[in-house]
Design a protein around this ligand. Structure first.
Ligand code: ADP
Ligand code: XUL
Length: 543
C-alpha cells in the first residue's frame, strides 16, 4: 500500500508519522519521536534550546537538527512496520520562524553527500552561524521598531505581511544579524527557515520556502505569496538573493537525494515543500473548513483557525499565516505553554497524574486567584521582562497554583483570540499536553465548547504526511479536495471528547474580567485589580 511520511522538526523533538493510504483504507503505520536532549546530549540543549546568559536570546543547533534527521531516517529504515519501497512522498513541518545561515561551502556539501559518511560530518562547517535563532528568541525589539518605521507603521506592516513586527519573526532576526555581524551577513549565501533547511537536506539542494511558513518572517506579501520588496528593503541589504523562492505548498521539490537511497535504502520518493508546525497542524487537526478552531498544547500554546481572505488582527496581538490548504490561518501564540505547566508541576514535586488530581481539588475560578505565568518573556501579550505575577495566590499552595496556571493559559487564549470572530463550538486539540484530560476540561469550560483530541497529539507530523499525500495525488493529475485528503485520519475521537460543564462556563465568563484586569495591571496599563477580584469572589460565594 502507498506510504506517505511526515516529519516534524519541532522545538524539543523530531517526530515521524507514516500513513498508509489506498482509497478508503487508511491507517497510521508508524509514529516515533526522537527527543533532542535525551538522544543527542552532546549538543547540551535543554528542552531543545542551547544555554544562554541573556533571557531574551534563544538558539538551537542546525547541526543537531541534521543529526536528528538522519537518526530518525535510520529508525524508519530499520522498522519493519512499513515497507520502505512503498514510500511515495515525504513532507515535513518545522518549528516556525527559526533560521539557518549557509556559507559558500553549503551548496557543494549538499550536492555531493557521500553515502559512506554521516550527514552531520558533512554538514559540519557549512554554517555561517553555528547557532540558529529560534521562535523563542525575543531579543529584537529594536529591529522590530526599525522595520516598522521603515514600512510606515505597524498596521501597514500587518496589512502587507499578516503580522506587525514580532521579535521572534525571521525578518527582525535577520536584521539583528546584519547589524551586529555585517561581514558574516555578507558572506551568508543562503538563509533558510527550519522547514526549508530540512527539506534541502532531503533533496541535496536549496529547497524553496512555503507560504504558510514564509508568512512567519515579516517579509512575505501575504496576499500574493511572494517576497515583498518593501519589507525586504526595510530589513537588510541584498536580502532577496539570500532567500530561496516561495513555492506553492504542494510543490514537489525533487526526489529524495541519492544519499538517503544509498545509505539507508529509501526509494526515490517525492520530497514535497515543508511548512511550519502550525500550518501543518491545521491540516493534521482536520481544520480544512472555516468555523472550527484548533489548539496546540506543545512547547508553545497556539490557537488557530482557517479563513479564505487575507486579513490581519486589528488589535495587533495575533498573526495571519498562509494555510497549506490555500487559504489563510489566523493564529495566536503563547510562549509560556508546556514549560510553564512543567515549572509549576516541578516546583510542587508533582507528576502529570498528581498535577491532574491537584487541578480538580480547587473549584473553577480558583476563588479569583490569578497567576500570569510569564516565567519566560511572553509573546501574547508582549512581555519582555520575565517573571510570574500572582494576584491573591499563595505561591506555596500546590493545588491553587496548578489551577491558576491552566486557567490563566486558557483565559489568555480565549481573550486574545476574540479578534478572529469565530463562534467556537468545538475545539480540536493536539500537542503533548492534549494527553491530559484535566487540562482539556478547563479548556472546554473556558471556551464553552467541546474539546476533542485529533491527530493523536502529533498533528504537525500527521499534517505533513497528509500534505505529502495531497501533493502526490496532485502530481498525478488529481487535485483531491482537502476533506477527502484528511478523511479517516482527523475525525474527532468520541472517547476523547470533553464536554463543557455549564456552571463552570458561567464562572469563566465572569472570570475573563478578572484576568483582563490583572493583565492590564501587570502591564502597567490598568489600576489595581483588587476590587474586580473581590467582586468576583463575592459572586462566587453566592453561586
Ligand atoms: P513540541 O512539538 O513543541 O516540541 P510537544 O507537542 O511534543 O512539543 O509537547 C511536549 C510537551 O508536552 C512537554 O514539554 C510536556 O510538558 C507536555 N506533556 C507531555 N505529556 C503531558 C501530560 N500528560 N500532561 C501535560 N503535559 C504533557
Ligand atoms: C508560532 C510560534 C510557535 C513555533 C513553535 O508563531 O512561534 O508555535 O512555531 O512551535
Amino acid at each position: 500500500m502507498p506510504v506517505y511520511l511526515g516529519l516534524d522538526l519541532s522545538t524539543q523533538s523530531l517526530t515521524a508519522v507514516a500513513i498508509e493510504v489506498s482509497g478508503r483504507e487508511r491507517r497510521v503505520a508508524f509514529e516515533e519521536s526522537l527527543n533532542f536532549d535525551a538522544a543527542l546530549p552532546q549538543y547540551g540543549t535543554r528542552h531543545g534550546v542551547l544555554p544562554q546568559t541573556d533571557p531574551l536570546v534563544a538558539t538551537s543547533s542546525p547541526l543537531m537538527w541534521a543529526e536528528a534527521l538522519e537518526g530518525m531516517m535510520e529508525m524508519i529504515a530499520r522498522d519493519s512496520s512499513i515497507a520502505l519501497a512503498d514510500i511515495r512522498a515525504i513532507s515535513g513541518s518545522g518549528q516556525q520562524h527559526g533560521s539557518v545561515y549557509f556559507g559558500a561551502a553549503a551548496a557543494q556539501a549538499l550536492a555531493s553527500l557521500d553515502a559512506a559518511r554521516s550527514l552531520e560530518s558533512q554538514m559540519r562547517g557549512v554554517f555561517v552561524r553555528p547557532e540558529s535563532p529560534i521562535w523563542m528568541d525575543l531579543s529584537t525589539a529594536a529591529e522590530c521598531a526599525e522595520i516598522t518605521a521603515a514600512v510606515g507603521g505597524p498596521e501597514r506592516l500587518a496589512m502587507l505581511t499578516g503580522s506587525r513586527a514580532f521579535e521572534r519573526f525571521t525578518g527582525p532576526q535577520i536584521r539583528k544579524f546584519f547589524k551586529e555581524l555585517p561581514a558574516a551577513y555578507r558572506s551568508t549565501t543562503r538563509i533558510h527557515l527550519v522547514s526549508s533547511y530540512a527539506a534541502s537536506l532531503l533533496v541535496g539542494f536549496d529547497a524553496p520556502m512555503e507560504p504558510g511558513d514564509g508568512s512567519g518572517m515579516n517579509l512575505m506579501d501575504l496576499a500574493r505569496s511572494r517576497w515583498s520588496s518593501e519589507a525586504l528593503a526595510a530589513t537588510a541589504p541584498d536580502l532577496e538573493a539570500k532567500l530561496t523562492p516561495i513555492a506553492a505548498s504542494w510543490t514537489v521539490v525533487g526526489p529524495l537525494a541519492t544519499y538517503w537511497r544509498a545509505r539507508h535504502g529509501f526509494p526515490a520518493a517525492k520530497v514535497v515543500t515543508w511548512s511550519g508546525d502550525n500550518p501543518c497542524s491545521l491540516v493534521g487537526t482536520g481544520i480544512v473548513r472555516e468555523g472550527t478552531i484548533a489548539v496546540s498544547l506543545g512547547t508553545s500554546d497556539t490557537l488557530f483557525g482557517l479563513v479564505h481572505e487575507p486579513c490581519y488582527d486589528p488589535s495587533l496581538t495575533g498573526n495571519v499565516f498562509g494555510s497549506p490548504t490555500g487559504g489563510y490561518m489566523p493564529l495566536i501564540c503563547c510562549k509560556n505553554g508546556s514549560l510553564a505547566r512543567e515549572r509549576i508541576r516541578d516546583e510542587h514535586r508533582l507528576d502529570w497524574q498528581t498535577f491532574a488530581r491537584a487541578l480538580g481539588e480547587r473549584p473553577a475560578g480558583n476563588g479569583g486567584a490569578i497567576l500570569l505565568p510569564w516565567f519566560d518573556a511572553e509573546i501574547t501579550p508582549t512581555v519582555l521582562e520575565p517573571g510570574p505575577r500572582r494576584y491573591g495566590l499563595d505561591p506555596a499552595d500546590a493545588a491553587a497554583n496548578v489551577r491558576a496556571v491552566v486557567e490563566a493559559q486558557m483565559l489568555s487564549l480565549a481573550i486574545h483570540s476574540e479578534w478572529m470572530g469565530v463562534k467556537v463550538n468545538r475545539i480540536h486539540a493536539t500537542g503533548g499536553a492534549s494527553q491530559n484530560p484535566a487540562i482539556l476540561q478547563v479548556m472546554a469550560d473556558v471556551f464553552g465548547a467541546e474539546v476533542c483530541v485529533v491527530g493523536g497529539g502529533n498533528a504537525a507530523a500527521l499534517g505533513a504526511a497528509l500534505r505529502a499525500y495531497h501533493a502526490d495525488q496532485r502530481a498525478g493529475g488529481r487535485d483531491m479536495p482537502w476533506d477527502e485528503v484528511v478523511a479517516g485520519f482527523t475525525e474527532p475521537w468520541p472517547a476523547s471528547t470533553v464536554h463543557p460543564i455549564p456552571d463552570h462556563v458561567s464562572v469563566y465568563a465572569e472570570m475573563r474580567k478578572v484576568y483582563t484586569a490583572c493583565e492590564a495591571h501587570a502591564l502597567g496599563r490598568g489600576p489595581d485589580p483588587a476590587p474586580v477580584i473581590a467582586a468576583f469572589g463575592r459572586a462566587a460565594g453566592q453561586r
